[in-house]
Design a protein around this ligand. Structure first.
Ligand code: 4NP
Length: 159
């Protein structure tokens, strides 16, 4: 079993992608035969060095997942070489990633909710300007997407 390197990406790296990292870590821990090395990043530089949004931390804490030690960073060119998969939370994040991704690595960049040969589960909506309910919905959605991604990895061609 090899370790698969996965980077989750949103805009600010404080709401969705840190939560996606924590939830993927949690989901993978209960699956045999899959070991993930995870990190998260933002396409923007606004929040470099910041902790995840307190609403993301609190929502995941309810689910016994601790993301409080993560710190925001911006995606950089070496990420495209280093990671096996780069998961964009929405179309805008995807477009921003593809715009800076070297041609040979573009097939590593996927929309988290629209994986090849998998059910289409939709974009992860940005909850930053919304209330706590949106963070709950975000976490529910990320649980589904994470399970779906692990099933995608289970198909032997992606291991
Ligand atoms: P995220 O949410 O991309 O899920 O981390 C956002 C965080 C901050 C901002 C926008 C979205 N912002 O404009 O500062």
């Amino acid at each position: 079993m090899r370790s698969i390197k996965v980077l989750t990406v949103c805009l600010g790296n404080i709401c969705r992608s840190p939560a996606a990292q924590g939830i993927l870590e949690y989901a993978a821990s209960s699956r045999k035969g899959i070991e993930l090395q995870l990190d998260s990043a933002g396409t923007a530089a606004y929040h470099i060095g910041s902790k995840p949004d307190p609403r993301s931390i609190a929502e995941l804490k309810k689910r016994s997942i601790d993301i409080s030690k993560q710190r925001a960073r911006q995606v950089n060119e070496s990420d495209f070489d280093y990671f096996d998969w780069i998961l964009a939370m929405d179309e805008s994040n995807y477009k921003n990633l593809i715009a800076i991704c070297p041609e040979s690595f573009k097939n590593k960049v996927l929309l988290f909710g629209t994986l090849p040969n998998s059910p289409a589960l939709g974009a992860v909506k940005d909850p930053y300007y919304d209330d706590e309910k949106s963070f709950e919905a975000m976490a529910d959605h990320l649980m589904l997407l994470s399970d779906n991604f692990l099933t995608f990895l289970d198909s032997s061609s992606h291991k």
